[in-house]
Design a protein around this ligand. Structure first.
Ligand code: ADP
Ligand code: ZN
Length: 350
């Protein structure tokens, strides 16, 4: 199955096969540089290794994790590219989760003013979210994704077999974005998703393309986040604050776990300030609690969370804007919520 992104590139679903690499070969790149991290080298590279038969092949590995998504690592990657003889006519193959994809795509996009790159995302989060939409970059000054560019890959290949080695907690974290896509844009999908309780028996072959398609349509309509793309921020205003809060306390909280809590709270605000009904709010809350349980125990103080929200780079003039739900499947962007209702949402959940 193929989803075209305008007339720019294709997102291809299904097994990564020799035929796909034959297409890459037909582009006659001078060489291929493959970016992996320690884990994707061990678990994901073996699935495609046999197809990597370019005579000029360079494999570059970096340490995994958000803590390494910075300019220091980029510098190491750029150095290895220069030392390995990578030139303008090479293609980068980025094999990894969102961290590796964002960073290596950025490294490729800036190397000698930019070389082509292909994305093969290997986490659920990267497959349904970060690999669609052209945002690339790294963290700087402890701010997530504060340096980067918008740039398109030559293709995205999404193969759910990579998820077999992904830890269960990573799957559950990525699944929060799948739920989000349904809640903001597809009521039918939200209905189907609520039947999913056991993430070890999901048929990804339909769910992932459906989820990617929602994001693709939003991004096509508004590539630079001036309007409708903001609907993807549902759950993220409070979710990002929770994520940052836990980063400071050195307790590990995955992105999806933080935004799952954020979505419950922002659904509550949607019930208070918009037209979300109490029964829809309750369905949303109980589904998230069933799936994420008490993973997210919030012992955070409201004042700290509020300060983090007020500092978020997405808020102009320190006004805290939300993407809310009018109903499941329909988002409302640029909704202002005052301090009392935000406080009630956080306390209600705690
Ligand atoms: P994300 O933002 O998508 O969660 P990361 O790149 O941080 O991205 O990936 C999460 C973790 O999972 C990293 O430690 C990474 O090395 C590891 N990882 C990525 N893909 C796989 C996979 N298919 N199997 C096993 N581990 C993986
Ligand atoms: Zn997110």
């Amino acid at each position: 199955m193929t989803l075209p992104v305008a007339d720019k590139y294709n997102i291809e679903f299904g097994d990564v096969t020799r035929a796909k690499f034959d297409w890459l070969k037909s582009k006659e790149y001078a060489g291929w540089v493959v970016f992996v991290d320690t884990n994707t080298r061990r678990d994901c590279l073996p699935l495609i290794e046999k197809f990597l038969d370019h005579p000029r092949l360079l494999i570059i590995e970096c340490a995994p994790g958000e803590l390494n998504k910075n300019l220091g690592t980029c510098q190491e990657l750029w150095s290895q590219m220069f030392d390995g003889g990578v030139g303008r006519r090479w293609c980068a193959i980025c094999l990894g989760g969102g961290v590796l994809e964002d960073m290596s795509g950025f490294v490729a996009s800036t190397f000698k003013r930019g070389i082509d790159f292909l994305q093969i995302p290997t986490t659920l989060l990267a497959q349904v979210d970060s690999s669609v939409g052209g945002k690339l970059g790294v963290d700087f000054y402890e701010l997530k994704n504060s340096l980067g560019v918008f740039n398109d890959p030559i293709a995205v290949w999404i193969d759910h077999r990579f998820l077999r080695t992904l830890p269960a907690r990573e799957i559950r974290s990525g699944f929060a974005e799948v739920i989000k896509h349904a809640l903001i844009a597809d009521a039918g999908q939200w209905g189907r998703i609520q039947k999913i309780i056991d993430l070890t028996v999901v048929d990804w072959s339909e769910l992932i393309p459906a989820s990617v398609n929602i994001k693709r349509e939003v991004v096509l309509e508004d590539p630079f986040e001036r309007g409708v793309r903001k609907s993807l921020n549902f759950g993220h205003t409070i979710g990002h604050a929770i994520e940052s809060y836990f980063l400071e306390t050195e307790q590990r909280l995955f992105h999806g776990e933080a935004i799952a809590a954020g979505m419950i709270m922002e659904a509550w605000i949607s019930y208070q300030l918009a037209t979300l009904t109490v029964s829809d709010y309750q369905l949303i809350e109980s589904y998230f609690l069933k799936l994420y349980g008490h993973q997210v125990i919030l012992e955070s103080s409201f004042d700290q969370l509020f300060a983090l929200m007020a500092n978020d780079k997405k808020n102009d003039d320190h006004r805290i804007n939300f993407t809310l739900l009018a109903e499941p499947g329909r988002a409302l962007i640029n909704q202002f919520a005052g301090r009392p209702v935000i406080e009630s949402a956080i306390r209600h959940y705690n």
